[in-house]
Design a protein around this ligand. Structure first.
Ligand SMILES: [Zn+2]
Length: 238
């Protein structure tokens, strides 16, 4: 996604860039563009990625500067790692067993840097704040990832797989991780992959509901998490 944002920012002579400027942006500055439910899944991901980049870089100008550098992906990842040095999970998020997009979303979720509705309202965007998964509570990271009935079902199953007490907050995950999951053994790497995959899939489910109006039962999401982790592990073991 970052490479597409870089193409837009540097105005790369490219058919896709010209199409986006003509039919999506229509004269609006990319950095000020607001999503609506009518936008595609791909474009929604680009805008979410843009918001995540601004969070990482602190300012839009710094985000633009980063994108102009030849090694911008490495610099962005290093910035993520530096910002996350306070919690133990950060040190191993970069594990090659983890899916790349799970690493980015996992790091942002742990730091409460994802563009949840409460974070967007703090940035001055006036939006109705209601959790799209349960439609009965305002959306903030603790609710979305743990308190919502949907996420609670997912974490309850994950905790059963891991044979640990229910994981009810980012801090609980961090403490469990600190106590039991540091190290390079395959079992520990697989557990960490499972944690990041669960965080990512909950966030992805929220985005699918917001931008596409599609809802998945928790049981289907749990199956997907199990499948993705098993698939990743099979590639490493082969
Ligand atoms: Zn909810």
């Amino acid at each position: 996604m970052m490479s597409w944002i870089k193409k837009l920012e540097t105005n790369t002579p490219n058919v896709w860039v010209q199409w986006v400027r003509a039919y999506i942006l229509r004269g609006v500055n990319f950095w000020d563009f607001c999503l609506t439910a009518a936008h595609s899944w791909f474009w929604s991901n680009i805008i979410n990625c843009r918001d995540a980049l601004i969070q990482i870089a602190d300012t839009i100008d710094h985000a633009k500067n980063l994108l102009c550098k030849p090694d911008y992906k490495q610099q962005i990842y290093e910035l993520l790692r530096q910002k996350g040095s306070v919690l133990p999970m950060y040190k191993t998020v970069g594990d090659s067993l983890n899916y790349p997009k799970h690493k980015i979303i996992g790091l942002l979720a742990i730091q409460n840097k994802l563009p949840t509705l409460d974070n967007l309202s703090r940035r001055g965007l006036q939006l109705a704040n209601k959790c799209v998964l349960c439609e009965s509570h305002s959306e903030c990271a603790p609710h979305l990832f743990f308190e919502c009935f949907f996420s609670a079902v997912v974490w309850c199953t994950v905790a059963q797989w891991l044979a640990v007490p229910p994981l009810t907050s980012m801090n609980a995950i961090s403490m469990w991780y600190k106590g039991h999951n540091r190290g390079k053994s395959l079992v520990k790497r697989q557990r960490r992959c499972l944690l990041l995959c669960s965080i990512y899939q909950i966030w992805n489910e929220r985005n699918r509901s917001v931008f596409k109006g599609v809802k998945t039962p928790p049981a289907s999401l749990i199956w997907k998490i199990q499948y993705l982790v098993t698939l990743r592990l099979s590639h490493i073991v082969e």
